[in-house]
Design a protein around this ligand. Sequence first.
Ligand code: PHE
Length: 456
Amino acid sequence: MQNREQWGSKLGFILAASGSAVGLGNIWKYPHMAGENGGGAFTIVYLICILVVGLPIVIAEFVIGRKTQLSPVGAFETVAPKSNWKWVGMLGVASAFVILSFYGVVGGWTLKYTLISLTGGFSQLAGDPEASGTLFDSFIKGALAPILWQIVFMGFTIFVIVQGVKGGIEKWTKIMMPAILVILVVLMIRGLTLPNGTQALDFLFKPKFEDLTASSIVLALGHSFFTLSLGMGTMITYGSYLRKDQNLLSSALWIIFLDTLIAMMAGVAIFATVFAMGADPGAGPGLIFVVLPTIFPKIVGGAIWGTLFFFLLFMAALTSAISILEVITAYFIDEKGWGREKAIIIFGSVVTVVGAFCSLSMGAFNITSFMDISFFDVLDYLSSKYMLPIGGMLTALFVLYRWGVPNFITEMVLGMDDHNINPAVVRILFMVSAAVVGFILLNEIIATITGTPIIG
Ligand code: PHE
């Protein structure tokens, strides 16, 4: 066996893992979810979910990956040989296929919109949501154009991963993550200095608990898995390229901090612009692709801000897509002995083809949709509502009941100066995390079967 690839530096690992976490979930999904679910109230629940459920599972994934130096399937198999736990790893690889199929499609849209903005295309849309809606609809429902953009996006993803862990993933995320932060700061300042822009702060951070419904709690929980790239072994895979000197607790805290900070900054930048221009904050998933293009041209230098924004979204999506494809790649390298290039080219192509069907299901051909929802929505729904939470919950149960908390702590403290970790506290944290997810899953399943959830 060849030597396993390693990250080049501690910072490189933190940036790569936060690059995975920061993506469409932060900049596209979080703002519209907050917009539709009472702003501040949603934000508070989201933060609680991230800390209570997300943090323990991020650490668990890092520890499992670093301990075994293997991607998910091999990792579970090593700690629990000849058991069914490897299926948790398999579920992760399956989730990677599912998520990347639709993620690549939206990744393509971000490229297309960067280009539209760059070439001044938003100027005809100023203040005209209808025209903007028509443009967006006719683009995503087209047969050829969105698939071509998806292929370009997947091409970038493959281009980075083929260069390896340190020479590809780490090198490129080290450039893109700081760029994302700088662009967001610029856009946030631009938004907040527009008249009425500061209303965004009230909207996002002032909790109005009367707006909080049970279904928004369910939504916030599912989203906390998606946004932290949890429950499918992404963080196990990234953790498997670590040496024992990395402090996993502080790394996890950094990643959660950066992921949350970027979601909040994106929310402020977007809503400041929306309020300043009197647009509708509750516009839903179209907030970014439909509403923003109508308001950028009304601001001085709008084409620049628009281009920066969509380019930022593209980079964020790319650093996440890279981590998803790496899960699939690492599986074929570790378990099937394939070379990196072969694994990436073959499975990068497979995912692109499945993704093309996703794109077609937006409207070009209806053959791939069933039950009134498109194939695209099926994949999105399946992964965020079921696959990731199930994977995350099983990972917590794995540490609790199979690997054992003491063994887990022995690996976790390597690289930490201060070893004061209380096993009872760790156990409680994992139990709470698994129980919350278990309850929400049960609630979803009951809601799907009977039509009436316990809460929601
Ligand atoms: N965390 C990414 C985002 O917020 C999505 C993702 C999910 C990436 C699962 C990897 C694994 O967009």
